[in-house]
Write a protein that binds this ligand. Structure first.
Ligand code: DQA
Length: 143
């Protein structure tokens, strides 16, 4: 069964506890369940989270030739990581970038994304619903 890789980056393990006024009260487990539910039949979601840039890069490498697409919330690495961009450039399938908060309304350092140079779609400010939209989109693109 084709797999959609759902990657969450640093600090997203603390969803529900971390700055709930910004990120809401849903937990990472809630996000992963929502993403699985948004997945068209015939696809499965492989959900992973890491606080480590290199771990995220290794998982993107593993997805080469294996995953139908990637949904990624790179957390703060969005704004800093050329290495994540390079890894995503080496992946052949569709990539959707998700941000729970509306990053463009926040501090200027959150307005730039390296990952957006590669992403086929970018979702920001829909809360955790953005993950469901991203998964549905990958299913359409890859189905
Ligand atoms: C985030 C936005 C980033 O700027 C921040 O560093 C995060 C979460 C979001 O989902 O809104 O960790 O990617």
């Amino acid at each position: 069964m084709p797999t959609i890789l759902l990657l969450n980056g640093p600090n997203l393990n603390l969803l529900g506890q971390r700055e709930p006024a910004v990120y809401g009260y849903e937990t990472l487990a809630d996000v992963e369940a929502l993403a699985q539910a948004a997945c068209a039949s015939g696809f499965t979601v492989d959900a992973r989270q890491s606080n480590w840039e290199g771990q995220l890069i290794d998982w993107i490498h593993e997805a080469r030739g294996n995953a139908a697409g990637i949904v990624i919330n790179p957390g703060a690495f969005t704004h800093t990581s050329v290495a994540l961009l390079d890894a995503l450039n080496a992946f052949e399938g569709p990539v959707i970038e998700v941000h729970i908060s509306q990053v463009h309304k926040r501090e200027p350092f959150r307005h730039h994304s390296y990952v957006s140079k590669r992403a086929d779609g970018v979702i920001a400010g829909l809360g955790v619903d953005g993950y469901a939209a991203a998964v549905a989109r990958i299913c359409r693109l890859a189905g």
